[in-house]
Structures are given as C-alpha cells and as structure tokens.
Design a binder for this molecule. Structure first.
Ligand code: SF4
Length: 232
C-alpha cells in the first residue's frame, strides 16, 4: 500500500510539473512552440526514454514520439513486452520544439534541465534509454558518436543507461541499423529482468568532463539524482 501511495504521489507531482511547464517561458523556445511536450507514460516505470526535443508533429499534438518514429518506437517496446503507457515513460531533453528541428542550444538545455531532473527523480527508472546522438552524447558527457556508443549498458547515476539510434535514423537507415536498435532494446529487457546487476564502483572516477570516454562516463554512479550534473 505504501508503494502504491508513493507512486500516486509521484504521479501527482509529475502532473503539477507538467502544468507548470505548460506555461513555461524560461527560454526563447516558448516563442515558437505550439505545445509544450512535457512527457508521457507510466510515472512508476522501469524504463525512461529520453529524446532530443519535440519535432513538428509532437509540437502540434503535445505528445512525444508520434508519427512514423513513434510507431517504430512502440514496435520495439512491444517486442520486449512494454507499452509507452505501461512500464515506460517518454520525455525529451527540451520540452519545446527548436525551430526547424535544429539542435537545442546550451542555454535552452540549461533552462529546461530541472524538468528532466525532476522527471528522472520522480519516475526513478531502472534504465534510461537515450535515442540518437544528441541526447546520448549529452547525458553520457562524451563526444563519441552513437554508432560506437550503442550496444552496451552504461552505469549512470545509480542506474543503467542504454544509448541507441533515433527511430528516424532506423527508418532512414539499413536493415543493420534496425537490427542493432532491436538488440539495444533487448539489452533494456535484460536490465529490467535483473539479468544485469548494478554494482557501484568502489572509487568513482573524478572526471565527468565533456569528452569523457564511455568507461569514464560509466563511473558516475550513486549520486543523488537531485544533484545530477546532467549537462554541465
Ligand atoms: S524548452 Fe523548457 S525551459 Fe524552454 S520554454 Fe520550453 S519548457 Fe520552458
């Protein structure tokens, strides 16, 4: 009962945050958005998916990952027994669409970071999946591209992070990209099933600066998520 009450409280807090974000003017992206795309899914999920930012369809509908990319994402989730509203929560680094689908700027990322930190703290997933180069490199603090980053689970702030391709890249790419993305989601299923055990490093590495190798990024564990130095 206590766990249920806690989940309810966290769902309430997410709803309050979403309402606050719906009128947010912290950065210039509010001037061109149609809707704030705060996030969607199960507030008590084992899996949280983080993309870069809303695209045109997401901006129009106020929901993350709609259209063909969203359908493909749903298919990968279904293949590991998940649905976006059931044991999965989807959000983005920035909640408003950058004009022309450009990458978010650092000031916009910084302005929006508290929302993502709060989502991670409240959902408290076992595993985070980053979709595409931008969110993968940002959260893992590395310059290594997604093609080399993907294919493994990194220890990340007390949980695992699995970087994979953006579904749009899989739709544009070869069958190999599709199969590698499928393999990454199988890794996610293994984490959720407890086949990968998280063990905190006895002496976490000091370095978390941009450009860290994945192994270094993997050492940033066991810190309170409130203090998550996500993007600095
Ligand atoms: S991107 Fe984030 S910080 Fe900027 S206006 Fe939208 S919700 Fe606010």
């Amino acid at each position: 009962m206590t766990a249920q009450a806690t989940a309810t409280e966290r769902a309430d807090q997410l709803r309050v945050l979403s309402e606050q974000a719906s009128g947010c003017t912290r950065c210039g992206l509010h001037e061109t958005r149609t809707n704030v795309v705060f996030g969607y899914g199960d507030p008590d999920a084992d899996l949280m998916i983080v993309g870069e930012g809303p695209g045109q369809h997401e901006d129009e509908q106020g929901l993350p990952f709609v259209g063909r990319s969203g359908k493909l994402l749903d298919q990968f989730l279904e293949e590991i027994g998940l649905r976006r509203e059931d044991n999965c929560y989807i959000g983005n680094v920035v909640k408003c669409r950058p004009p022309g689908n450009r990458d978010p700027r650092q000031a916009e990322i910084d302005a929006c970071a508290d929302y993502l930190r709060s989502q991670l703290r409240l959902v408290d997933p076992k595993v985070v999946v980053t979709l595409g180069n931008f969110s993968s490199k940002l959260l893992l603090k590395t310059e290594i591209g997604i093609t080399r980053l993907r294919g493994q689970a990194y220890k990340w702030w007390g949980r695992f992070l699995v970087p994979t391709f953006h579904p749009a890249a899989a739709l544009r790419g070869s069958a190999r990209v599709m199969e590698e993305m499928r393999a990454d989601f199988q890794l996610v299923a293994d984490v959720i099933a407890g086949k990968l055990v998280y063990e905190a490093d006895p002496a976490p590495a000091e370095s978390d600066s941009s450009g860290a190798e994945p192994e270094e990024a993997a050492a940033v564990d066991a810190a309170p998520v409130d203090q998550l130095g996500l993007f600095q």
